[in-house]
Design a protein around this ligand. Sequence first.
Ligand code: MN
Length: 241
Amino acid sequence: MDRRSFLVKSSLASAGGMLWLQSNMLSARGGEEEFQVYVAEAPPYALDALEPFIDQKTMEIHFNFHHKAYTKNLNTALQSSAEQYRKWPLEKLFAEMDRLPDPLKTAIRNQGGGHWNHNFFWKCMIGPPQAKAPQGKLADLISRDLGGLDNFKKELTTSALSVFGSGWVWLVWNGVKIEILKTPNQENPLMNRPENNLFPLLGIDVWEHAYYLKCQNRRAEYLENFWKVINWDFVASNLPA
Ligand code: MN
């Protein structure tokens, strides 16, 4: 499958991103067909599906304005970067981030991170009737490495509350065990890791834009609500086989 059919195929999974992709693909034609054009993938559920835990208005603004802006800015930055970088997968740009020339490096860190992190974040959640407890291998790892589900929740919450300003909290597989880590701003565990040895399993957006409309400054309340809509099947699917 060539890259263009891959992009078209990816976009079919996301009706929300479809029109946006088409308009951008048109502008990418004219001898530039090899270049990546990224798409803000819509959440794989209705924007009111996470009610009452994550409200519809927050989801609408978060996806339509914050997420899409990161994606648009990423595409703009790549359009004006050297041709070689436009052909790299985003994961490679992340892995080699600190070796990139500015201003591309800054754009990959902020806009590339914002684009990828939100595509991932939406899939980490599911409507409350479907949300259930971790099972199988994931449940075993949570017991073995994090002292069980209750302790994991406690540590994840403590970690998220300790993010100063804006950032993310992650559950990752590091090749040996699962662990919790934090990143500032829109950085993620794939950045500056040419060995590619961290696998993000779960990402939690702790920017105020993720919760301010409903919870105002109460990040702990947002985390309590987020916990109720985690898509554990998706988290488990991110473990390497
Ligand atoms: Mn966000």
